[in-house]
Design a protein around this ligand. Sequence first.
Ligand code: F6R
Length: 366
Amino acid sequence: EKNNFDHFMLKEIYEQPNAIKDTYRGRLHAEEGIIRMAGIDDNLERFLNARRIIIVACGTSWHAGLVAEYIFEDLARIPVEVEYASEFRYRNPIINSDDVVIAISQSGETADTMAAIKLAKEKGAFVFGVCNVVGSSISRETNAGAYTHAGPEIGVASTKAFTTQITVLTLIALKLAKAKGSMSNTDFHMHLQELETIPQKIEIALQGNDHIKEVAFKYKDARNCLYLGRGFNFPVALEGALKLKEISYIHAEGYPAAEMKHGPIALIDEEMPVVVIATRKGHYEKVVSNIQEIKSRQGKIIGIVTEGDTSVRDLADYVIEVPDTIESLTPLITTIPLQLLSYHIAVMLGKNVDQPRNLAKSVTVE
Ligand code: F6R
C-alpha cells in the first residue's frame, strides 16, 4: 500500500501533484476560462450576497482556511473571518442569516468542526463543506460542498489534504471573483493557467528532496525552531511549525515575519534554526530585512526561496529553491519543502512518522 515509500506520509507528500490534478479535474477549464463547481453554481446568490464568509476548521485545515482568507479577500473582495471551530462554538458568536460559513475538514468527522456547523445552521447561516472523505458526517451535515478528491490520507500528519483544500478554496475564490467582476479578465485567465501548472511545479519542488535531507540532518538535534512568513505565506509558516511539532516533537513556532521584533526575536541565538519563506513575490525586500535581523543575532537561517535567488542565499545558512509562481499560489509550492524537512527530521530521530504519539487521524471527541 505504501508502494515503494517507507511511510504513508512520504507517499502522500509525493502524491500531491496528482492529488491536485484530481482536485481540479472537471472543474478547471483554463482554455475556456471556466470553473465548474456545482456546489457553488447552485448557490451562487448565497455566496454573492454574503456579507462575509466565516471559515471554521481545526489544525492543518484551519491553516488552509487562513490561506483562503488571503485569497478570498484579495481576489473576490469578500470579507473573511477564520475561526478555530473549538473557539467559535463556545463564544456565542454573531452569526447572521446572510453569512456563509465554510467548514474545512479532511476527515469530515472532527467533533469541534461538526459542532460549529450545527451552531451556524441553527442561526440560519448557509454552510458549505470542504471535505476529503466522501460521505463523511460533515459532508452530510453541510448545505452544500466541494470534495477535495485527494484520495485516502493515512499518515496522521496532514499533507495532501492541505494543498488540495487550498486548491478547492482557490477555485471557489476565482469563481466568485469572476461572478462579481472583482478581477480583470486577463488576471482571471492568468490565474487559471497558472493553477494548471502547479502540479508540475510541485514535481520540481519535490526534486529538492536530497538537499532537504541534508538540511534536516544539520538541524535534527535542535530543541526549538522558528518558522516565518508574510502575507499568503504566513499560514504556511504556521503549518510548517505544526508539521515539525507533531511528528518530530521538536518545539516549533510559526510567526508572521514582522512580528519577530515584538517578542520572539528574544529567542534568537546561535542554537535557533529559523525557517524563512522568502519567495520573490510578496514582501520580498521586507523579508530580506527580517532575515538580516536574525543573522545579526546569530540565528541559523534556512531560506525557502525562488529559483535563482541571490540576496537570501548571501545571508542564509541554507537555501531551498522552489519554482516561481504568482503570489496567491505560492503556498501550494512553499509548503512542499517544509513537509519534507519535518518528515526527514522525524525519520532521523527515529520517531513514528505515520502515527505520532498522542494523535489520532480523526478527532471525534472535543
Ligand atoms: C495536522 C493534523 C490535524 C488535523 C485536524 C483537523 O497534521 O492532521 O491538525 O488537521 O485534526 O482534522 P480534519 O481536517 O480531519 O478536520
